[in-house]
Structure formats: C-alpha cells, structure tokens
Write a protein that binds this ligand. Structure first.
Ligand SMILES: [Zn+2]
Length: 56
C-alpha cells in the first residue's frame, strides 16, 4: 500500500504518492497538517492535510 495525496488543485484532483509514507496503523493516529509538496500532474505546490490523503 502506498500513501497517496489527492491534489487540492480543483482543476487537477489527481493522486500522487506522498513524501510521507506511514503504515495504516501509524496513519490512523498521526497528525498530518499543512504539508507542502509539488503535484506530479499539474506541477503546482499544494498544501495538504490528512483528509487529502488515502492508501492505494
Ligand atoms: Zn495536481
């Protein structure tokens, strides 16, 4: 399983692997807010939180 980010750019909304990689148990208890990463699809620097992340 890979921890993915859903791009917060409303014109993109594609998924890409997060630079944060946790197992599912750690992810449940982790606090993840305001992480910045460049989207691999639209090349925009986005800020994302836990709610923008999912396992794929
Ligand atoms: Zn994007």
């Amino acid at each position: 399983m890979t921890l993915m980010v859903v791009c917060t750019n409303p014109n993109c909304k594609k998924e890409f692997p997060s630079m944060i990689q946790l197992d599912q148990g750690s992810f449940q208890t982790a606090t993840i807010t305001d992480n910045s990463q460049q989207c691999q699809h639209c090349n925009k620097m986005i800020t994302y939180s836990k709610e923008n992340m999912k396992f794929r």
